[in-house]
Design a protein. Structure first.
Ligand code: CUV
Length: 638
């Protein structure tokens, strides 16, 4: 049950909680309604300063041990673990958890693919045969004169080894630029199979096993790479094959996509299969008729968070908002059902849903929530679940009894830039020269490329750092690639339209105007960060910018991250050669050996490095400085 608002101390002004006007409006209404949101819980829960610096260890039961972040070498844990071992183990376990999340999601997509190919699942099909061939070719699978089923069967077998292989290199290492792969081999961090790497990471961080922060970090890199070039990449590629490869599409984003006179259903989570089947159910004639019979104009399906970002990219399904808006949107009173699957689903949704009689439906066997209704989603009979979600929503619509207040904002913009589309738009050498993207980087119109990704976090003002960071980057001619909640933040701020090119510096503006593209390109969900890796590999392959990802004038950032998945993503970008800056907080103590290793030492081994900055303008200039350093090394710093 929601607490009364009197019980929340230190409530912030809604305008200080978020840069999103719709969310701010809903925070105000929630307070009137006496409903607690994650902004309030954050204000009421002071972060533990020892945990924030990763100076505690509970990997055994001789502790838990706490060290003093202000004097970290003064004491050791009961077993003798130093601050560096403790921080490295905690960090590595976050990488393992994040990598496990993405790889388990990818494995679910791969299993669906297997059952579609062998005819056990009939409700899905291979939608993109061209992509099937393309991915197969990238793994040296013969495609000439073979049926899609034959190609797909071979592809399944190869990709399964991404997870199960106990020795050797995962299949997508074939896509890694030679210079980068040479470095990985030298360092011993080429992933074998994700299950093996995650298992070994958990083993090594058990009490009394790996107690050298450098060796722990090495396995953290290997584990993270089994996510980025493994589980996540499999998820992206297989989802494209099954559901279609995104290409630019105009979509509305923000809470105004809800419709007062329609049955509103929100899907929030990460696996696109549930959402794909929802799309079928909401168009089912009998269900549409029963919605109309209940007095609605129809059924309105919208997305949130990452599966929302995928559906927006693939099919133009409207998107209602990112992580920090998922509770707030129910305060509109207009959400007739919210169905969720896995990851980033706050348990707090259950209490808010209860306040507005909104059915909260969990669908995945891995993720139940106390107080929610569980309707298991089953690929062999998907409509049994998705039809029931629609029926529950229609029933709630019929019995609506809460005041409805839907924020009006809808930001139309262009989404759906797959790596294939970026290559089509900015790749492909012509007249013997470099590809347009590389050419424009070499001639300096585009200074470099930045990936801005990751969550929103109630410890900082929602969307604010994303928008300020990106604005500063494009002003300095840095082309920005976006995924996840970052992409939604920029869409809401109106940056996803070609006209936003006027925010860009003169060089980038000229390129955007020539191509007709916005200065920020949205690539989809968190697993679609793999698209950034593929785009980076293509940049190396197109020539003129060195022979490894570490040579490129690129940088990455997650200014408002909150999840362990973000740490895994950060580590695979770093291990792939990318300078990566995180905001909010960083789980290390400055001037310790482990901290300095992440922030400096890794780069001297030939890969990328971590950095941290809270202020988005400072973050932008750190990234630009790195890009300029790389330009200088490449000799293109005119
Ligand atoms: Ni997977 S991981 S809050 S929904 S980006 Fe959004 Fe994206 Fe972070 Fe979660």
């Amino acid at each position: 049950m929601a607490k009364s608002k009197k019980e929340v101390k230190n409530q912030l002004d809604p305008k200080d909680c978020t840069a999103c006007d719709s969310t701010s409006q809903m925070i105000t209404k929630a307070r009137k309604d006496g409903v607690i949101l994650h902004f309030d819980r954050a204000a009421d829960m002071k972060a533990c300063p020892i945990g924030a610096d990763s100076a505690c260890c509970k990997n055994c039961f001789m502790g838990p041990c706490r060290l003093n972040p202000r004097d970290p070498y003064k004491k050791a844990g009961v077993c003798g673990a130093t601050i560096d071992t403790i921080m490295a183990r905690n960090f590595a376990r976050a990488v393992a958890a994040g990598a496990a999340s993405h790889t388990d999601h990818g494995m679910a997509m791969l299993e669906l693919f297997r059952d579609v190919v062998n005819g056990k699942v009939l409700d899905y099909e291979i939608k993109d045969e061209f992509k099937l061939e393309r991915v197969a070719k990238s793994l040296d699978i013969e495609t000439e004169g073979r049926t899609p089923k034959e190609i797909a069967t071979d592809l399944y077998k190869q990709l399964e080894s991404t997870y199960t292989q106990v020795d050797g290199e995962i299949p997508f290492t074939k896509r890694v630029p030679q210079g980068t792969l040479d470095t990985w081999r030298k360092l011993g961090i080429v992933p074998r199979g994700a299950m093996r790497e995650i298992m070994e990471m958990m083993h090594r961080t058990h009490m009394g096993v790996d107690q050298h922060y450098k060796n722990i970090t090495k396995q953290a890199s290997r584990t993270a790479l089994s996510d980025g070039w493994g589980g996540s990449m499999v998820s992206t590629e297989i989802s494209d094959i099954l559901f279609g490869t995104p290409s630019p599409i105009n979509v509305g984003v923000n809470m105004g996509v809800l419709k007062e006179d329609m049955v509103n259903i929100i899907i929030h989570g990460h696996e696109p299969n549930l959402f794909e089947s929802m799309l079928v159910s909401v168009n089912e004639k009998t269900l549409v008729e029963s919605a109309v019979a209940a007095g609605a104009k129809g059924i309105n399906l919208v997305g949130m968070c990452c599966s929302g970002a995928e559906m927006m990219s693939r099919h133009g399904v409207p998107h209602a908002g990112n992580f920090s808006s998922t509770e707030a949107i129910m305060v509109t009173g207009a959400v007739d059902a919210m169905a969720v699957d896995i990851q980033c689903i706050k348990q707090g949704l259950a209490a808010v849903a209860q306040c507005y009689d909104t059915p909260l439906i969990t669908t995945n066997t891995r993720a139940h929530i106390e107080g929610a209704t569980h309707v298991e989603f089953e690929e062999h009979n998907p409509s049994a679940c998705t039809d029931e979600i629609v029926i529950k929503a229609i029933t709630r619509f019929k019995n609506r009894r809460h005041e409805i207040e839907i924020p009006k904002a809808v930001n139309d913009g262009v989404q759906g830039f797959s790596h294939e589309y970026i290559e089509y738009m900015l790749g492909g050498a012509f007249r013997g020269g470099y590809a347009p993207l590389n050419e424009n980087i070499i001639n300096g119109r585009i200074r470099g490329v930045a990936g801005v990704v990751g969550c929103t976090n109630p410890r900082v003002k929602q969307d604010d750092s994303h928008v300020k960071l990106v604005k500063e980057l494009i002003k300095n001619d840095v082309l920005v690639l976006l995924t996840g909640c970052a992409q939604i933040a920029l869409a809401k701020a109106g940056f996803s339209v070609p006209e936003a090119a006027h925010y860009a510096g003169p060089g980038l503006q000229e390129v955007c105007e020539t191509v007709g593209m916005p200065p920020v390109l949205g690539l989809g969900s968190c697993v679609d960060n793999s698209r950034i890796l593929i785009a980076a590999s293509a940049m190396v392959a197109q020539g003129g910018l060195g022979n490894s990802i570490a040579d490129l004038p690129v940088a990455g950032a997650a200014p408002e991250y909150m999840s362990e998945k973000a740490i895994a993503i950060g580590q695979y970008f770093v291990a792939s050669g990318v300078y990566t800056v995180f905001g909010v907080t960083f789980p290390t103590i400055e001037d310790t050996k482990f901290h300095n290793y992440l922030f400096d030492g890794l780069e001297s081994e030939g890969i990328g490095k971590w950095d941290h900055a809270i202020d988005p303008i400072e973050m932008a200039h750190k990234m630009i400085a790195h890009i300029d350093k790389k330009r200088k090394e490449l000799g293109i710093d005119k």
